[in-house]
Write a protein that binds this ligand. Structure first.
Ligand SMILES: Cc1ncc(COP(=O)(O)O)c(C=O)c1O
Length: 482
């Protein structure tokens, strides 16, 4: 986004697009929100979208499409086998990543399933900068384990480190020595680490980590789901690369890896996914898993329309005017909250603004899911649906004890090109109110706890009547209809 200059005040983030189609929103009043929260078992995944004012759960599959993407959807080639839509998508991905072979899949976690099925065996290790929920679940399901080696600074909520998603290279070497290279299924680096605040990885770190993996004969895999945000940060924070094109930076990163997979619900702004593979033999070794789990090799569970839309979306992800919108809105939100004293993850990353629940509601013990409780409070006090990214999103240890998360975050996602700055202002306002009334928030406990990925379908209850008290205080301030 070119820095648009203003005559009479400091620049603000600007939308470099205009709205053509809108979806009407309603703000359910506070009492209705309380009733809906109870119905949803204090789990924001269980709310219905019609009861939500600002849906900031995720950026997955809810980014706004462009007119060009919609136009692309009008020319799909519907075929079970040999669809031209697939070949157009594959060719575009080859142009961007320089990898020839493409395994299509219906979304990111389906790629993770294929990689895990192919490479993970009981006792095997997958090294990561940081895990993503579904990536880890597929590995542990098959008896593997994950080693997370993000630099310690990456887990510090307040920092001015520009690339907090970098993997610690010394610990990477140590981990390979300890595990034995033969026991490492692959190394997975996530560009734009989702669970620790959408923090980016530097090109140098990608290069150094992949060189270490290569030296030990370990396959390197890039999770490029959040690559577009990471590219924006490289372009704006890496002095050496500020004059490079986004495409050249992308190729420089891709060149380091043996495989790249992504969720097309994020990268590509549509709905789908794929694994790109450099080596033909490696590609063939996974090929049979696509028809088995996804669909034939030229659609992989995706609709041909979505493939066409994504193909345009990949090109748009190479444009600064497009990829800057999310991070700049997030920075605006994070900076305003930070100025007010609200604990947030700094610097602002990609994907969304992240509230640091361990400081925000420090009176709630980790075993009572402070980030889960704060997520519920944001819905009760504003109809804002965020996502818990803390202990609730972890799986229990094998002995049944809680695995306490290294960070307790509430993610307020900013799906790309969806919200306006006035809506972001509303969110900032309501977060400030909740912060000033944080003592009213209490903890949660499970009443129904699934064994795997419990945050999706689990049901909880408050440990006291704090939701009623919080709602009453909110109504006293804003009235019955807000
Ligand atoms: C970094 C990352 N990897 C993988 C996935 C899984 O993708 P999907 O939701 O399309 O299954 C996500 C989704 O949020 C993600 O953020």
């Amino acid at each position: 986004m070119p820095a648009i200059k203003f005559y009479d005040h400091q620049p603000i983030p600007m939308e470099m697009h205009k709205v053509k189609i809108v979806q009407q929103l309603t703000l359910p009043p506070a009492d209705r929100r309380l009733a809906k929260m109870k119905e949803a078992g204090f789990n924001t995944f269980q709310l219905h979208n019609g009861d939500i004012f600002m849906d900031m759960l995720t950026d997955s599959g809810v980014n706004a499409m462009s007119d060009e993407m919609l136009a692309g959807m009008m020319k799909p080639d519907d075929a079970y086998a040999g669809s031209e839509s697939f070949f157009r998508m594959r060719d575009k991905l080859e142009e961007i990543f320089g990898m020839k072979y493409c395994l299509p899949a219906h979304q990111g976690r389906a790629c993770e399933n294929i990689l895990a099925e192919r490479f993970v065996r009981p006792g095997k290790c997958v090294i990561m900068n940081y895990h993503f929920t579904t990536a880890k679940a597929h590995i542990t399901r098959l008896g593997g384990h994950v080693e997370e080696l993000v630099k310690f600074e990456g887990l510090e909520p307040v920092s001015d480190l520009p690339f907090k998603g970098d993997i610690d290279l010394d610990r990477l070497e140590e981990c390979i020595q300890k595990e034995g290279a033969d026991n490492v299924a692959f190394m997975r680096l996530e560009s734009g680490t989702n669970l620790i605040g959408g923090q980016p990885v530097s090109v140098q770190n990608f290069k150094d980590a992949c060189a270490i993996a290569r030296k030990h004969g370990i396959l390197s895999v890039l999770d490029a789901s959040l690559l577009q945000d990471n590219l924006y940060f490289i372009k704006t924070r890496d002095e050496e690369r500020k004059d490079m094109s986004v495409r050249d930076i992308t190729m420089e990163i891709a060149d380091q890896f043996d495989m790249i997979y992504f969720s097309g619900r994020k990268f590509g702004f549509a709905r789908g996914g794929a694994i790109m593979v450099r080596d033909e033999e490696l590609f063939h070794s996974m090929e049979d898993l696509v028809p088995m789990f996804e669909g034939f090799l030229t659609y992989g569970g995706m609709s041909v329309r979505e493939m066409e839309a994504m193909t345009v979306g990949f090109d748009e992800s190479m444009e600064m005017d497009v990829i800057s919108q999310g991070p700049e809105f997030i920075k605006y939100c994070v900076d305003r909250l930070d100025e007010y004293g609200v604990p947030v993850i700094t610097p602002g990353g990609g994907l969304g603004a992240h509230l640091d629940a361990s400081r925000f509601v420090s009176h709630i013990p980790q075993e009572q899911y402070p980030a889960g409780a704060l997520t519920c409070a944001m819905y009760l006090c504003g109809g804002i649906r965020g996502m818990e990214r803390g202990t609730l999103s972890e799986e229990r240890e094998a002995d049944g004890s809680e695995r306490l998360a290294s960070m307790e975050l509430v993610r307020l996602a900013l799906p790309r090109r969806v919200f306006t700055l006035s809506q972001v202002e509303y969110v900032i306002d309501r977060v400030k109110w909740v912060y000033d009334h944080r003592d009213l928030i209490g903890g949660l406990r499970f009443v129904h706890e699934p064994a795997t990925l419990r945050f999706f379908t689990g049901r909880l209850e408050p440990v006291s009547d704090w939701p009623e008290k919080l709602t009453a205080a909110f109504k006293a301030e804003f009235g019955e209809d807000q």
